[in-house]
Structure formats: C-alpha cells, structure tokens
Design a protein around this ligand. Sequence first.
Ligand code: 3PG
Length: 211
Amino acid sequence: MSDFHSKIQAQGVVPVLVIDELDQATPLATALKTGGLKIIEVTMRTPVAAEAIKTMTKIPGILIGAGTVLNAEQCRIAIDAGSQFIVSPGLDKGVVDAAQDAGLPVFPGCVTASEVQHAWNLGLRAVKFFPAGIAGGPMALKALASVFQDMKFMPTGGVNADNLAEYLSLDAVIACGGSWIAPNNLVREEKYDEISSLAASAIALARSTRT
Ligand code: 3PG
C-alpha cells in the first residue's frame, strides 16, 4: 500500500466539500483539522474551487485533494492549485493519466466489475465507489471485493454517520467519503465549531469500528 493510501486508511473518513465562497476555505479547513481530519477533498464544482484548494494548502499539516474532477484539463488545474490527490465521480483515462503523470494518487468512481477491472488494468489499487448507496451499498462492495482481492474502495454518496461503521467494517474499504461532516447549511451559517464536532465524531466512529 502506498504512503498516501496508508494515511487515508488511517483517517478512515474523507470530508467532501463544496466551497461557494473563497473566504470559507481557511476557516473550514481549520475546523476540520481541529476535529482531527487532515485529509480533505474539495470538489471542483464551484468557480472558486481551485483558488480554495490553493488557499487551504497553505495551512500546515493537512492534505488537500480535488474531487469531481471530470477531465484531464480540470485535473491539471487542480494539480496546479496544489492538490495532493484526485477524485473523480467516474472512470476517465485522461484524468487517471494526468494524475499518474504528476505522481498523484487518483480515485476514479467505479461501481461495475468492468469499471473496477479497467481501473485495475490502469495500475490502480484503490478506487472511489460512487454513488455507494444506490449502487448496492456494502453488499455490492463485498461482491466486488471478493473478485478484486487487491483493490481498495472509497465508498462515497449516501454515506453518513448512521452507515459509516457498516462500510468501514469491510476490509476492502480504505476510507469513506461524504458531505455529512461539513454540510452546506453549517458552512453558510459559519458554524465551524459544529463542523469540528462532526469531524471529531466521524473520526472517533471510524477508529472504534476498526479497533
Ligand atoms: C461526492 O461529491 O463525492 C458526493 O456527492 C458526496 O456524496 P454525499 O453528499 O452523499 O456525501
């Protein structure tokens, strides 16, 4: 397992952020770090996403990745902004190549055996499982993992505090991603203390599930 994969596995949960205003970037990343989450995904879904990544990478001790990376060009923009890992909703070879060329870990979304097999043949040993809930949840993951024995999965999409433990109890799950740790309403209302508490609860739950 790569160094990055070990780190993400140790954290167990990855907060997925949608940042609408650049001035949310620093307090949000700081709140998550205070709660114990130091690996953070910023989705490339808003106009300020790349700038937010650039801003957050200035905070010491955290690793910022880009999510919702849809093509190679967006991948390069995310990398130029300082992203240290790349996440995609689906499997696109251009995105995987751009990330691998830069030496960065990449997690393309895969839910079928064909997609997982394609990712495996691109040299990947960890993928995003998205949208986890409606793609069959833990049962589907178990079935895929029984075939792709050296592949790890990061379920995202419908993961929350209620089902996190069920996903993390599977050996094939490297970590779970999700927006429940930093929901948009709390970010808009600048309730950063509540976000720190959600982060701390998520990390505590992840640790207790795995020990
Ligand atoms: C993602 O960006 O990966 C997903 O939209 C997050 O899914 P969630 O909002 O159900 O956690």
